[in-house]
Design a protein around this ligand. Structure first.
Ligand code: R5P
Length: 296
């Protein structure tokens, strides 16, 4: 019986199969069910005692259901004597990493606490929102970078002329700068502020050297599309030629994609941390490389 095994969570079956193939590991026999009343059930079908389980389960919509499945299965497997390494490529709640307004719960801290209580020994995610978020975990957590895979995709698939790679806000700037360096293009950063109550995004209007250039925005997540829409409108007003956007996690709620199209964003692409038609950038290679480095 191989000591290491992959558990494909219902949120990440394709990614889990791809990681299992790359690592040459079998898939664990297990069953996840959601009953008609919304209750979840988990059953493990193989022996797990003494085994290390890479449990691949992103946490996207339905967020709390996917999170609960992760916690429930981790709890059962660790109770049965397995070492559970949660691979959660998209970790919802990562943006709730501090008390922005008085009285707000630091939800990511609570998620970290629940994972630990459930028996998760280590967490691997992709492009977590902030370094502060990492510090809320009292067990090992590692954020794998999707940047090299994004650069490779952009080089092969986006025909950028005189490109400028732009971070829509301060938070995304380190990642975006790393992208620009690897790509070999100019880097710029916008100043964004968001009304914490209404969610409205405002981009500081300043002169940018984008006239006649192809702009590529990079962000870790597109949710409502408000950030990239405001950023795209800003550079289009200043004469940018084509505007493209790449994000790690394509949440795209409601009319997010229509908003971006209306704002003149020509291409929107994301990674497969969340499956979907625009999830064209594969992070299984980056995750596999990290999992290979983990000690016994
Ligand atoms: C914020 O700091 C993040 O990096 C994203 O820019 C933001 O959360 C995207 O959300 P939305 O698409 O709703 O503007």
């Amino acid at each position: 019986m191989p000591e290491k095994v992959i558990l494909a969570g219902p949120a990440s079956e394709a990614l889990a199969k791809s990681i299992a193939e790359k690592l040459g590991l079998p898939l664990l026999g297990a069953e996840f069910r959601v009953f008609s009343d919304g209750e979840s059930k988990f059953t493990v079908l193989d022996k797990v005692e003494g085994r290390t389980i890479f449990f691949i389960q992103s946490v996207y919509q339905p967020v709390d259901q996917h999170l609960f499945q992760l916690l429930l299965a981790a709890h059962k497997l660790s109770q049965d004597g397995a070492r559970v390494i949660a691979v959660t490529p998209y970790l919802s709640y990562a943006r709730q990493d501090k008390e922005f307004l008085p009285g707000e719960a630091v939800t990511l801290g609570f998620v970290a606490h629940m994972m630990r209580s459930a028996g998760v020994a280590r967490l691997v995610t992709v492009d977590i929102h902030s370094a502060e978020g990492l510090s809320l975990f009292s067990f090992p957590i590692y954020s794998v970078s999707a940047v090299p895979a994004m650069v490779e995709y952009a080089k092969k698939n986006l025909d950028l002329k005189d490109p400028v790679i732009i971070s829509p806000d301060f938070g995304a700037s380190k990642r975006t700068e790393a992208f620009a360096q690897l790509y070999g293009a100019q880097f710029l950063r916008l100043s964004k502020s968001r009304d914490r109550t209404t969610g409205e995004v405002v981009i500081k209007q300043e002169e940018l050297q984008v006239k006649g250039k192809d702009v590529l925005f990079l962000d870790e997540v597109i949710t409502t599309g408000g950030t990239i829409r405001a950023a795209a409108e800003t550079v289009r007003k200043q004469g940018a030629r084509n505007v493209h956007a790449i994000c790690t996690h394509g949440v795209f709620v409601g009319d997010a994609l229509q908003k971006l199209e209306k704002a003149g964003v020509k291409t929107v692409v994301c990674t497969n941390t969340i499956p979907g038609p625009l999830s064209k950038i594969d992070v299984s290679g980056a995750l596999t490389s990290h999992l290979r480095t983990l000690e016994e």
